[in-house]
Ligand binder design. Structure first.
Ligand code: ADP
Length: 249
C-alpha cells in the first residue's frame, strides 16, 4: 500500500491566549481525499485549531503544512490560493442579495481562477455558468432568484458551502455543518458533504456523532487543547479514554 499523501498537517501546534493554552502540542495528519472529523467537548480547542489551520490565527509555536508547503505564516487569502477554503459557522451570506448573486460575488474574489483569462463578455457568461454548477452541486439549483434572507437555516448552510466551493478548494474545512438542523436538514448535509468530498479532502468540526459515524474516515478527538486520540472512527470510538471524556462531560 502506498503511503498516503498528507493534504494538511499540523506539527506540534501551540496557541496561547495570555498564557492560556487553547492548543497544546497538536500534531495531526489529514490525508488527501479523506473526510476527517474533529470532535471534542466544548472548549476543547476545535475552533482555535480550525483558525490555526486556515491562517486566521498564527500559532504561538509549531507548524502547519498544506500539501507539503509550510503555510502557518501566510495570510488566510494566501492559504485559500493554495487550495484550502473554509465555511464559517457564523453566516458569511449576504441576506439582501439573491442566492445566485451571493455565489457570483464570491466567484469574483481575488483568488486566481481560470476564468480571469477570458474576455469580459464571455467571462460573465462563464461566471454565470459556474454559479449555476455550484448551486446545482449544493442542491440549490431551484433557488437562484430567492433572497438569501428567505432561505431556511439548512439552505443557508448549503449556500455557505457553495460559496466556499467558488474558491475551487482541494481542502475544505467545514465548521459544524449540521448545527441547528433537524433530521431532514442533517440528511441533506450528509449527502452534500459526500458529494463535495469527491476528489477533495474535507475536515469538519461536528458535534453530532451519528453524522461523524456516517461521514468520517478518520477522526481526531481533542480535549483540553490536546489530541486525546486520532485514527479510524471505529477504533477511536472504542478507546476507553474517549468514552470517559464524553461520559464525563
Ligand atoms: P471549542 O471550539 O472546542 O469549543 P475553542 O477553540 O473555541 O474550543 O476554545 C478553546 C479554549 O480557548 C476555551 O477555553 C476558550 O475560552 C479559549 N479561547 C479561545 N479563543 C480565545 C481568545 N481569543 N482569547 C482567550 N481565550 C480564548
Amino acid at each position: 500500500r502506498p503511503t498516503p499523501v498528507a493534504a494538511l498537517e499540523a506539527r506540534h501546534l501551540v496557541k496561547e491566549f495570555r498564557g492560556f493554552r487553547a492548543t497544546n502540542d497538536v500534531s495531526l495528519q489529514i490525508n488527501e481525499g479523506e473526510i476527517h472529523a474533529i470532535i471534542g467537548p466544548n472548549g476543547a480547542g476545535k475552533t482555535t485549531l480550525f483558525n490555526l489551520l486556515s491562517g486566521f490565527l498564527r500559532p504561538t509555536s509549531g507548524e502547519v503544512h498544506l500539501f507539503g508547503e509550510r503555510v502557518d505564516q501566510l495570510r488566510p487569502y494566501e492559504i485559500v490560493r493554495r487550495g484550502l477554503s473554509r465555511s464559517f459557522q457564523i453566516s458569511s451570506v449576504f441576506p439582501t442579495m439573491t442566492v445566485r448573486d451571493n455565489v457570483l460575488v464570491a466567484l469574483q474574489s481575488p483568488t486566481p481562477l481560470p476564468h480571469q483569462f477570458w474576455s469580459p463578455l464571455s467571462r460573465l457568461d462563464a461566471l454565470g455558468e459556474q454559479a449555476e454548477q455550484i448551486l446545482e452541486a449544493v442542491g440549490l439549483g431551484a433557488a437562484h432568484e430567492r433572497l438569501a434572507a428567505d432561505l431556511s437555516h439548512g439552505e443557508k448552510r448549503q449556500l455557505e458551502i457553495g460559496i466556499s466551493l467558488t474558491q475551487q478548494p482541494r481542502v475544505l474545512l467545514l465548521d459544524e455543518p449540521t448545527s441547528g438542523m433537524g433530521s431532514e436538514g442533517i440528511a441533506r448535509v450528509i449527502a452534500l458533504v459526500r458529494e463535495v468530498a469527491r476528489g477533495r479532502t474535507v475536515v469538519l468540526v461536528e458535534h453530532n456523532m451519528s453524522v461523524v459515524a456516517e461521514l468520517a474516515d478518520r477522526i481526531t478527538v481533542l480535549q483540553y487543547g490536546a489530541v486525546l486520540a486520532s485514527g479510524r472512527y471505529d477504533d477511536v470510538r472504542q478507546d476507553p479514554r474517549v468514552i470517559e471524556a464524553y461520559l464525563g462531560e
